[in-house]
Design a protein around this ligand. Structure first.
Ligand code: HEC
Length: 206
């Protein structure tokens, strides 16, 4: 028994020294063009999903009218997310091409089967949109947006499944003037309808 323990701790010491050497000598390639090994990728994904689930599962999805979250979600999504996540009918952007890990393309994604699974996904999406994901390009939008807006985006991105470019454009043009956002500069009649965004009011645009 003692001999086995000795062998294991000896082995761990060698691994720790080798890891320390690799890190200090710059052997590890931090570049986004150098992909992880499959096993590393799987491990990160597993840890990521467990981390998100542990924090997201305690949340409750608020009741929101579909018209309300489509309006808010579409406008914000179009203004802030498409450069990485793309939109129906949009060509791959140079930024999205360069990302590692890659940003998911929501309109090409399938919803999980069953309402429970969709609800779990909505909570996870809300949490990710609010908090971002470390060491990826996914920003934390909760620093600048309230929960209501973030729930609307979490619900909206799931409505992107199979959405055509036409349907998307209709949503954007229908709502771009009714739910203004500071990142879009074409929102003359904004803010009155959804007062949540009042700190973004920009009266001089009107
Ligand atoms: C600068 C690029 C970038 C922008 C802008 C961006 N994202 Fe992301 N997003 C990412 C990346 C990269 C990932 C994948 C991270 C990973 O694999 O862990 C991601 C992941 C996500 C996820 C999690 C998906 C999943 O499968 O769990 C959601 C939801 C999401 N983004 C929504 C949004 C929304 C909504 C916006 C706009 C408000 C947005 N993102 C803006 C890069 C971006």
């Amino acid at each position: 028994m003692k001999a086995i323990l000795k062998t294991i701790s000896g082995f761990m010491l060698v691994v720790a020294i080798a890891a320390g050497y690799m890190m200090s000598a710059g052997i590890y390639n931090i570049g986004a063009t150098d992909k992880h090994w499959l096993i590393t990728e799987k491990l990160i994904e597993w840890m990521r999903n467990n981390s998100i689930a542990a924090r997201a599962n305690v949340l409750e999805v608020p009741t929101m009218e579909e018209t309300e979250y489509l309006a808010t979600g579409a406008t914000h999504y179009d203004a802030m997310c498409t450069i990485c996540h793309l939109a129906p009918g949009q060509e791959l952007t140079e930024l999205a091409q360069g990302l590692y890990p890659q940003a998911p393309v929501f309109h090409q994604r399938k919803l999980p089967a069953g309402t429970d699974a969709i609800e779990t996904q909505t909570k996870a999406y809300f949490w990710v949109i609010k908090n971002g994901i470390k060491m990826t390009a996914m920003p934390a939008w909760g620093l600048t947006h309230d929960d209501e807006t973030i729930w609307a985006m979490a619900l909206f991105v799931q409505k992107l499944e199979n959405m055509s470019a036409d349907q998307y454009q209709k949503l954007i043009s229908k709502h771009s003037n009714s739910d203004g956002h500071e990142h879009k500069h074409d929102h003359a009649h904004s803010h009155q309808k959804n007062g949540y965004d009042s700190h973004h009011q920009n009266k001089d645009i009107d």
